[in-house]
Design a protein around this ligand. Sequence first.
Ligand code: NAP
Length: 264
Amino acid sequence: MTRVLMAGCGNMGGALLSQWLQQPGFEFTVISPSNRRCPDGVRVENDVSKLEGQQFDLIVVAVKPQLINDVIPAYTNLLAADGCFVSMAAGFSVSSLEKLIGLKNGPVPVIRIMPNMPVSIGKGVSALYANDKAGQSHKDRVADLMQATGQLIWVADEDAIDRFTAIAGSGPGYAFEIARCWVQAGQALGFSEQEAKEMVLQTLLGSAEMALASDSSLADLRNGVTSKNGTTAAGLNALNGGGDLDRLLQQTLDAAYSRAVELR
Ligand SMILES: NC(=O)c1ccc[n+]([C@@H]2O[C@H](COP(=O)([O-])OP(=O)(O)OC[C@H]3O[C@@H](n4cnc5c(N)ncnc54)[C@H](OP(=O)(O)O)[C@@H]3O)[C@@H](O)[C@H]2O)c1
């Protein structure tokens, strides 16, 4: 049985835990100062000092990044000899975490995970990065835990975590905003919000699933649904005829990446 200790279990920690619980072979302890309600079978404590003398194979950092310096040192003695720290904190580098937890324990395996919110329904995509102290057994353990949450992408350098964050970590926010604008425009054509929302979300879902199942490029898929002088061609010309959408999305990702770099 792999013993997992979670420092915090809020929006993202809770979303991951809801899927992790489907994986056999893991037992979970959560530290939540407010004694947050957790699913059956999860042990919840409001203070890490109550775990003194116990050992855990994975210690998951799920508090806000600004709390890590104050909160995480109290966890270092709880890591089992072959254990590994797993951090989901955005913008908190492995080297900062190594410094913080290495004070007492020496070099420690650390794996950073960067999930996005659809992990809550097992349809997320997460980037994972391991420091050089983390061996294959640590990576396998974390991959076992994460596989219930959706797709996993191991990256070879930590900068890729920030680039991934700009594309996919923050991506659900862009997707919801684009869908909101699309629905609003649909309402202006005379449909109710509910009707327009169903049309837009089903179109996005079906198109995404079709593209994932196809070997064709996105440009070819687009061309396949666009007749010369037809309705889609007219819409596409208004959407990106002058390249405005290309520029806007590049600016979007560049802004998110710059912010991730600032937070390092
Ligand atoms: N939200 C996202 O989309 C997203 C995406 C990628 C990465 N992340 C990362 O995930 C981490 C958590 O974010 P979140 O959105 O889940 O935040 P959140 O909802 O505010 O949850 C933070 C958790 O930290 C707990 N906590 C506070 N003080 C603590 C302490 N002294 N000891 C132990 N636990 C403590 C809180 O406990 P109580 O429940 O008792 O208040 C809460 O469960 C962050 O580092 C963030 O960068 C989030």
